[in-house]
Write a protein that binds this ligand. Structure first.
Ligand SMILES: [Zn+2]
Length: 184
């Protein structure tokens, strides 16, 4: 999207991430999708090109931009920092910056999508929730079928797979696909 004069003005014509090149692009920070400048960051072509790359050396520019007072710039910078959180410089920044909660969740929204456990109806599941089976399930390793409507209490989310939870049916711990449950 081409840049509006008021967005360009916000950082005196400079890219809001690297603060060194001229800004020529208005980048809207997802999931926002309108062209209000509060949701945009003024970028130079170089930063735009690097958004999809994991060039930690390049992204040291975030050490400056993360201190911006603009929530959109904070959110994008914080989101990009997550890619490098295994490196000391990024990790230090993440732990020293004090952004408000809304900005942090804006930043993390793009990344969190993959990790959120949701039931068959899109409700977010959490550890300790009770769920109901939305269809009969064969319990692997037994000849037992859990009928539709069976309540599974105090589920545990499987950390590395957002499509799976763990719960007990008939005293037996089993893995259940999130698409077959409904939050109770
Ligand atoms: Zn730039």
């Amino acid at each position: 999207m081409s840049i509006s004069p008021s967005l360009k003005e916000r950082n005196q014509g400079q890219c809001e991430l690297c603060n060194s090149e001229a800004s020529t692009i208005a980048y809207t920070v997802s999931p926002k999708n309108d062209d209000s400048i509060a949701n945009q960051v003024a970028l130079c072509p170089k930063c735009l090109e690097n958004l999809d790359k994991d060039d930690a050396f390049y992204w040291r520019v975030l050490e400056g931009s993360i201190w911006s007072t603009e929530p959109s710039v904070q959110a994008l910078s914080y989101r990009l920092l997550q890619k490098f959180k295994n490196e000391d410089w990024a990790n230090d920044l993440i732990s020293s910056i004090d952004l408000d909660e809304k900005t942090v969740s804006w930043a993390m929204s793009a990344l969190a999508v993959k990790e959120i456990h949701k039931d068959a109806f899109g409700n977010v599941l959490e550890n300790g929730d009770n769920v109901v089976l939305t269809q009969a399930l064969d319990v692997k390793g037994t000849n037992f079928t859990a009928s539709k409507g069976t309540v599974v209490k105090r589920i545990k989310l499987i950390a590395d797979n957002h499509e799976q939870i763990e719960g007990k049916i008939n005293e037996q711990s089993i893995v259940i696909l999130t698409k077959f449950v409904k939050k109770n």
